[in-house]
Design a protein around this ligand. Sequence first.
Ligand SMILES: Nc1nc2c(ncn2[C@@H]2O[C@H](COP(=O)(O)OP(=O)(O)OP(=O)(O)O)[C@@H](O)[C@H]2O)c(=O)[nH]1
Ligand SMILES: [Mg+2]
Length: 151
Amino acid sequence: MERKSAQFSLGEYQVELVDLPGAYALSPVTEEERVVRYYFMDDPPDLVLNILNAQNLYRGLGIILQIAMSGLPMLVAVNMMDEAKARGLELDLDILSQHLGVPMVGTSARSGEGIPELQEALYQMMRYPETAHFPHVSCPPVLEEAVKDLV
Ligand SMILES: Nc1nc2c(ncn2[C@@H]2O[C@H](COP(=O)(O)OP(=O)(O)OP(=O)(O)O)[C@@H](O)[C@H]2O)c(=O)[nH]1
Ligand SMILES: [Mg+2]
C-alpha cells in the first residue's frame, strides 16, 4: 500500500503531509484501517487532516469520533462539495462542526474551492494548538452513571 508524502510551507511552518490509505474506522478490520491505526500509534502526527466525502458524510462520522477520542488534534475537510451541491445536497458544516465540537471546512479539491480556508484553519491549529479540544460525545446515561462510580 503506497504512502506518499509532500512538504510545503505554511507561514513560518514547514509541513510534512503524509497521505494514508482511505479508512472508515481505526478498528483494524481492513488492511487500510490497520495501516492507519498503527501509523497513528507508532508515530503520532502533530495533526490529523481527516478528508471526508461530502456525498457520504454519514459514513465518515465514525472515524471523526474515533480520531477525536484518540486525543489527536484533527481538522476535518469535507471534500467533493462541488458534486454534493450539483446533486442538491445542502450541508451546514458550521452547525455540524458546532454540534460535534470538531473544526470542519468544506472543499472541492478539483476546483480548489475552500482550499485557502482549509490552509487558514490548518495554520490556526498549528499556531494555537491549545485551542484543540475534545468532541462533544456523551455515552448513554446508564454508562455515564457507571463511569462516575469508577472515578
Ligand atoms: N468532483 C470532484 N472530484 C474530486 C474531488 N476531490 C477528488 N476528486 C476526484 O476523486 C477521485 C479520487 O480521488 P483520490 O484523491 O484518489 O481519493 P482518495 O480518497 O485518496 O482515495 P483512496 O486513497 O483510494 O482512499 C479522483 O478522480 C479525483 O480527481 C472534488 O472535490 N470534486
Ligand atoms: Mg488516497
